[in-house]
Design a protein around this ligand. Sequence first.
Ligand SMILES: [Zn+2]
Length: 521
Amino acid sequence: MVHGSFRSLSPAGLLIDDVVIERDRILIIARCRAAAGECPDCGERSRRVHSSYERRLLDLPSHGRTVQLRVAVRRFRCAMPGCPRRIFVERLHETVAGKSARRTLRLDAIVHHLGVALGGRPAASLARRLMLPVSKDTLLRVVRRHASRASRDRSPLHVIGIDDWAWKRGQRYGSIICDLERRRIVDLLPDREPATVEAWLSCHPEVRVISRDRGGGYGQAATRAAPQAVQVADRWHLMENASAAFLEAVRRSMRLIRMALGNITIDPALLTHAERLQHDGYLRREEAYGIIRALAKTGTPIKEIVRRTGRSRKLVRDIVRGGGGDVFRCRSNLLEPHLAWLDAEWSAGCRNGAELWRRLHKTAGFRGSLCVVAEWTTRRRRAESAGSERLRKPPPARALSRLLSSERDHLTKGDAITVARIERAVPVLVSARDLVERFHGMVRDRDPHALPAWIADAAGSVLASFGKGIVTDRAAVAAAMTQPWSNGQTEGQITKLKLVKRQMYGRAKLDLLRARPGAPT
Ligand SMILES: [Zn+2]
């Protein structure tokens, strides 16, 4: 008989008869406390023991040793007349172990958590260190069993997000369905065919809201198989689509852009320091002058413009009459008549600014300072080291599209010039950019009332086909601005799924993937 204090440690309903401590394990010999067994069929209690046998259960490790429970379980005869079951085995308490389980419930729970958190092989190696006697196959089996049990007793789904994810990048895609309310994966479908999604949806008539991308396939499937559900276009996808439409417009305008940028004579990379200061000033002035010109265009009197802008009367009058706009004043003009001569000398090999200035001063009567000539030579040197190839090549469409959509204040001066050039040469891009900004703002601020005006304006722009797509999907787009749901967390689940897939090595079967992320962690 075991010391009394062990009793309190014994699992529910069991009496411990003995504890055998071996070198690497502890054996706990026990039996059921109850005097009678209860027939699982008729519920009748019986004390008539037929026979008994030993049930072995692995338990949590203790004192650096694995622990095994050896429970003597009895077979009883059912005394109830007419009961089809004549002999039954006594059950262990429900908190100890399930029917025919080989691990106690508490060990099984740990094994399950390990399997969910780490996946087969890493979990098995950690389990070994924790003295939990389970193989990686057992781990995966436990994970699967828990998942199938969980899927059986699942509360109804109301709000789902659906998206595709890559089994193998660019080759095989599946679909992932998330419960957006409970923030968990509900199911994984083997492909992204509308028919597959339709089949799934028709088994879930309780779904009320479906958040999806704008690819079309999922939308179609939802319309056919779940007409009761509100479809919500995913906000991130909407923004992304708008940006992509703008990029496409930039691509189509590349010929015009190339022509506009080809004419550039000012490459800020080639400017000397002094010139760059002048140039910055020029850009600042241009901005101010733009405001004055715009006011003048609307018929605002000069007096009023002066009052509003705080500029001098003379300046405003000059601008309104078409003045302003010189980038570099005086200094370049001073050199102008001598440029051909300078070029020739440069090509002939004279590259010393001071020497060039001396000769200009002496032979041609040049009145400018040495600085002017020195700046010119600096610029020539830079132009040569930069290489003419790089200077003429406009940035790729993607970079331009980003520049055009950037806040003016965030642009470098060089980029600002590029943008200004493009805006002047291809005004349709300016209105397209404004449309995209309005669209983004509308989605961000959840303002569906702005949608009709936006659609009308987009129709006449270079974004017409994107606008048409929005019209086709109008209900879902409007829902994106009114419903709180979005696929953001679905994307998060996909990231998690990819991690799981990597951890599982070759064992990433659909059912296992379904099991792991959906289970508690
Ligand atoms: Zn019975």
